[in-house]
Every structure is written in structure tokens, then in C-alpha cells.
Design a protein around this ligand. Structure first.
Ligand code: ZN
Length: 80
């Protein structure tokens, strides 16, 4: 009788372990958005339009939406 109880406990522990493993191996499709990908925005010094930093033209005085606005604002383009 003691052996039967021990076996039952063992099976129960094994079942719990397997259940926990199968739950952990599930693909996490619903990840919480920990770091939303918001690009850093800059403002054109000439027309005041907002645009992502990687799309902006960097002049000596600040950022511009295009090279035309950079020269229109009297700024010089960064030398390539
Ligand atoms: Zn502009």
C-alpha cells in the first residue's frame, strides 16, 4: 500500500512536470511590446516638418527634410 501511494505521488509529480514543460514550450505569439519602435523625430529648420532622424539631412545648424531646404535656409550641407 505504501508503494502504491509513492507511485501515485511520483506519477502526479511527473504529470505536473510534463504539464509545466508543455506550457513553457508554447510559442509566445502575444509578446508584450516592451520597446515600441518609435523612430526619433526631428524638425526641419526651414519648413518645420517632422521627419525621422535617419531620413533627415544634417546641416551645420540643424536637421532638414531635404538638401534643398538645407541650402534654402542658408546652411551648408555636410561634406560627403
Ligand atoms: Zn523642410
Amino acid at each position: 500500500m505504501k508503494l502504491l501511494v509513492l507511485l501515485l505521488v511520483l506519477f502526479f509529480a511527473l504529470w505536473l512536470w510534463r504539464r509545466g514543460r508543455s506550457g513553457a514550450s508554447k510559442p509566445k505569439s502575444q509578446q508584450p511590446p516592451s520597446a515600441p519602435q518609435i523612430p526619433q523625430m526631428v524638425q526641419c529648420l526651414h519648413c518645420q516638418v517632422h521627419l525621422p532622424l535617419e531620413e533627415a539631412v544634417q546641416g551645420a545648424l540643424g536637421s532638414y527634410c531635404s538638401a534643398a531646404h538645407c541650402s534654402a535656409a542658408g546652411d551648408r550641407l555636410p561634406s560627403p
